[in-house]
Design a protein around this ligand. Structure first.
Ligand SMILES: [Ca+2]
Ligand SMILES: [Ca+2]
Length: 198
């Protein structure tokens, strides 16, 4: 009887030790998983803040003329983002196209030998007038009258929890959001596209 009681006590001690060991092994993974979920939600929230700032400012840009005042539009978006993410580093870029259908499309070339690449002597349309064949035909900047402008805002900020640092990844992340604006037809559009065959 005494021997049986001693065995039961030993078994109970073993069970406790096993539970402690299991907890020690699984707790860090569980904690990392919880932090990862929180971090993902935080990034989703940041993306919504940035998207909201860009969309709202772009809508008002049509009414308030910010398209012709780029710094004013940038300042408005930056101000809205910094209200929530005070240490975010916000940057902007613009690419201009002649029409909506041209946004992010490549420049085209005459593939006379059908090999899928532009060879010397095959002509291409240098839409953005930079002297090279590009995968994106947009011109950097605000473009000219009546142009379509792809407006992109990017924000770089530090993540709240050290999830990525634990995994050896950078603690900072960058999100971006884009919208399309249309320049006013304030003057005749002066296209700069040319054909290059050399
Ligand atoms: Ca070719
Ligand atoms: Ca080009």
């Amino acid at each position: 009887m005494i021997r049986r009681l001693a065995s039961l006590r030993k078994l109970r001690r073993d069970n406790r030790a096993t539970a402690i060991l299991e907890f020690a092994l699984t707790a860090p993974v569980f904690l990392l998983l919880i932090m990862g979920i929180f971090d993902y939600c935080w990034q989703m929230y940041a993306q919504q803040v940035l998207q909201g700032a860009v969309s709202q400012s772009a809508r008002s840009s049509t009414l308030e003329g910010y398209v012709s005042d780029p710094s004013g539009l940038d300042a408005k978006v930056r101000s809205q983002v910094l209200k929530v993410f005070k240490n975010a580093d916000v940057h902007f870029s613009r690419k201009a196209y002649e029409s909506f259908s041209e946004v992010s499309n490549p420049e085209t070339f005459d593939d006379r030998n059908g090999n899928g690449v532009r060879d010397p002597g095959e002509c291409f349309e240098d839409v953005n007038n930079n002297g090279t064949l590009d995968n994106d035909r947009g011109s950097t900047g605000n473009g000219s009258a009546d142009d379509v402008v792809l407006y992109t805002a990017s924000m770089k900020f530090k993540r709240v929890l050290p999830v990525w640092r634990v995994l050896g990844m950078p603690q900072e992340t960058t999100l971006s959001s884009s919208t399309i604006l249309r320049n006013q037809p304030y003057s005749a559009n002066t296209s700069t596209k040319r054909v290059i065959c050399t």
